[in-house]
Write a protein that binds this ligand. Structure first.
Ligand SMILES: Nc1ncnc2c1ncn2[C@@H]1O[C@H](COP(=O)(O)OP(=O)(O)OP(=O)(O)O)[C@@H](O)[C@H]1O
Ligand SMILES: [Mg+2]
Length: 463
C-alpha cells in the first residue's frame, strides 16, 4: 500500500497507478510538456484540472526535497510548490519501488532548452543571467545553500521585459540560519561550472548566438551576483555631511526590487562618520505594492510596469489629489481588465494576464512611434492579438498537451519525455517568436538595465 505524505492531501491522487514504475505509466494520466534534462524519471501527470510534476527518487531524497521546498515556500522564495511524497510503493509482484515527489507544475514556466530552441538573442541571455543572479542571491539571503545550481534546475517565467527564475530541484539543498561567505562562494562556483557546461552544450548544438561565449557568460553571472550581494548586504561608510546616502541606498535597493526591513545605522561618537548596513531585505518591493493596491499577484518587473502605467493613468486623469487606492481600482476596471478581457479564451494559454498587459503597452509604444500618434490602448490590444499573440506558442499547459507533443510540426521521440529529443533529430525548424524579433529590431531602444548595480549607484547618487 503506498503511503501519502502531504500538507493538503488530494484524494484524486489515490487511484493513480502507483504500483507501476513512473516510466511505464499509461499515457492517459500524462501530459506532454517541455522540461529540462534530469537524472531521474520525471513525468507530468494530470489530476482533474491540475498538472503535477512527478519525480521518482529514493525515499530519503524525496522527503528531504519536499521539506526544502516547503521551507522555501514559507520563506517566500521562488521555487516550485511541493504537493506531497508517495512512499512505500510496491509493484504488483511485491517488489519495492522508489518514492515519488509531487510538485505543482509551474504555470507558464519555460525550461532553458525550450527558451533557447526558439533562438535567443544576446540581450535575452543577459536577462536570464540577471534572473539567475537574483534567484541565487535571494536563496542565499534566507540561508539556502543550493548545492546544485544549474540551468536544468531553474525554470524561467516571463516578467515584463525580464525573466523571473524559479528553483526546481532542491535535492542537494541545505537550509542554515545564515550562510558563510565560503558557503555562498561554493554555490557560485558550482553554478559557474554547471552553467559553463550547459552553455557550451548549447553552443555545440548551434543554439547559442555566435557573439556569446560560455566563459564570458559565466563570468557575467558571477559579477552580477557579487555586485548584487554587496548592494543587498554590504557596509557603507561615509561622512556625517552625506546623510542623503542613506536614502540613496534604500532607493537603490527598491530599484532592484527589494525592501529594507531593517537598516543598521551606526554613527561615530563625534557624528563625523556614519555606517549603514541593510540587515533584513525582502524581495518583491513592487509586487507587494501592486498586490496591496489592486489585488493583482504578479512578478516583480510586471508589477513595476503596471505601477508605472497606473501613475500615468493618474496623471492623465488629473487625479494626483485622489487617494491612490481609489485610482488603482479605477485603473483596474478601465485599463487593465478591458485589455485582458479582450483576449479570446483560446489565446489565454499563451501568456499570463499581467504579461499580456505589459506586452500590449510595449506594442502600443512601438505602434505610436511608428505612426507618430498616440495609439489608444483599446486599439493597440487588437493589433497585439492579431500581430503578436496569435502567432506565439502556448506557454501555459492549456492545449499544449498536443501542441508540445508536436513542437512546430516536429514530432518528439517520446511526447512524455521531451529530453529524448525529436524523432527526426536535427536542430532546425524552431519556431520564431515574432514579439522578440520586433522588440529587438535595430534602432529599438532597449529597456533599462535593471540589475546593473553600478548604473543604479550612479543614478541614485546624491547630487
Ligand atoms: N513543478 C514543476 N513545474 C514545471 N517543471 C518541472 C517541475 N518539476 C520538474 N520540472 C521539470 O522537470 C525537470 C527535471 O526535474 P528535476 O530537476 O527535479 O529532476 P532531477 O532528476 O532531480 O534533476 P537532476 O538531474 O538535476 O538531479 C526540470 O528541469 C523541469 O524542467
Ligand atoms: Mg534537476
Amino acid at each position: 500500500m503506498p503511503r501519502f505524505l502531504a500538507a493538503q492531501p488530494d484524494a484524486r491522487l489515490l487511484p493513480l497507478p502507483w504500483q507501476l514504475p513512473l516510466a511505464q505509466w499509461p499515457a492517459k494520466h500524462l501530459v506532454a510538456l517541455p522540461r529540462g534534462i534530469s537524472r531521474h524519471v520525471v513525468r507530468f501527470i494530470q489530476v482533474g484540472g491540475e498538472v503535477f510534476a512527478a519525480k521518482e527518487v529514493l525515499e530519503h531524497a524525496a522527503l528531504h526535497e519536499y521539506r526544502m521546498l516547503t521551507d522555501l515556500g514559507r520563506l517566500n522564495t521562488p521555487a516550485v510548490e511541493p504537493m506531497g511524497v508517495v512512499t512505500s510503493r510496491t509493484s504488483s509482484d511485491g517488489d519495492p519501488l522508489d518514492s515519488i515527489l509531487l510538485t505543482r507544475h509551474l504555470q507558464f514556466s519555460l525550461p532553458y532548452r525550450s527558451l533557447f530552441s526558439t533562438g535567443v538573442r544576446p540581450e535575452t541571455v543577459a536577462r536570464l543571467i540577471d534572473a539567475m543572479a537574483v534567484l541565487l542571491a535571494r536563496l542565499h539571503l534566507v540561508g539556502f545553500l543550493w548545492g546544485d545550481v544549474s540551468l536544468s534546475n531553474i525554470l524561467f517565467r516571463r516578467d515584463a521585459g525580464e525573466f523571473a527564475a524559479y528553483l526546481v530541484d532542491a535535492e542537494t539543498a541545505e537550509i542554515h540560519d545564515q550562510l558563510s561567505t565560503g558557503q555562498r562562494l561554493h554555490d557560485l562556483d558550482t553554478a559557474m561550472v554547471n552553467l559553463f557546461g550547459e552553455f557550451s552544450d548549447l553552443e555545440a548544438g548551434g543554439m547559442l548566438d555566435v557573439s556569446l561565449d560560455p566563459l564570458t557568460l559565466v563570468e557575467q553571472i558571477a559579477n552580477r551576483y557579487r555586485a548584487l550581494w554587496r548592494e543587498l548586504t554590504g557596509i557603507e561608510e561615509f561622512s556625517g555631511s552625506e546623510l542623503a546616502r542613506i536614502e540613496g541606498r534604500v532607493r537603490r535597493l527598491n530599484d532592484l526590487g527589494f525592501d529594507v526591513a531593517e537598516l543598521d545605522i551606526l554613527t561615530s561618537p563625534t557624528g563625523d562618520t556614519i555606517r549603514i548596513q541593510p540587515k533584513v531585505v525582502d524581495a518583491g518591493h513592487h509586487s507587494r505594492r501592486l498586490l496591496r493596491l489592486t489585488g493583482l499577484d504578479t512578478e516583480e518587473n510586471q508589477a513595476r510596469r503596471l505601477l508605472n502605467d497606473l501613475d500615468t493613468y493618474r496623471a492623465h486623469t488629473n487625479q494626483a489629489h485622489v487617494q491612490e487606492s481609489v485610482v488603482a481600482h479605477q485603473w483596474l476596471t478601465h485599463s487593465f481588465e478591458p485589455v485582458v478581457n479582450a483576449v479570446p479564451s483560446d489565446l489565454r494559454g499563451k501568456r499570463e494576464p499581467a504579461q499580456i498587459f505589459h506586452e500590449v503597452l510595449d506594442y502600443r509604444w512601438y505602434q505610436s512611434q511608428r505612426e507618430h500618434r498616440d495609439v489608444p490602448l483599446t486599439e493597440a490590444v487588437h493589433g497585439y492579438i492579431r500581430d503578436v499573440l496569435s502567432g506565439l506558442p502556448d506557454e501555459a499547459l492549456a492545449a499544449s498537451t498536443t501542441a508540445s507533443a508536436d513542437e512546430g510540426g516536429r514530432e518528439l521521440l517520446n511526447p512524455f519525455d521531451p529530453s529524448q529529443g525529436f524523432a527526426d533529430d536535427d536542430e532546425d525548424g524552431f519556431t520564431d517568436d515574432p514579439w522578440e524579433s520586433e522588440a529587438h529590431e535595430p534602432g529599438t531602444a532597449l529597456l533599462p538595465d535593471r540589475f546593473d548595480v553600478e548604473a543604479l549607484r550612479r543614478r541614485s547618487a546624491p547630487d
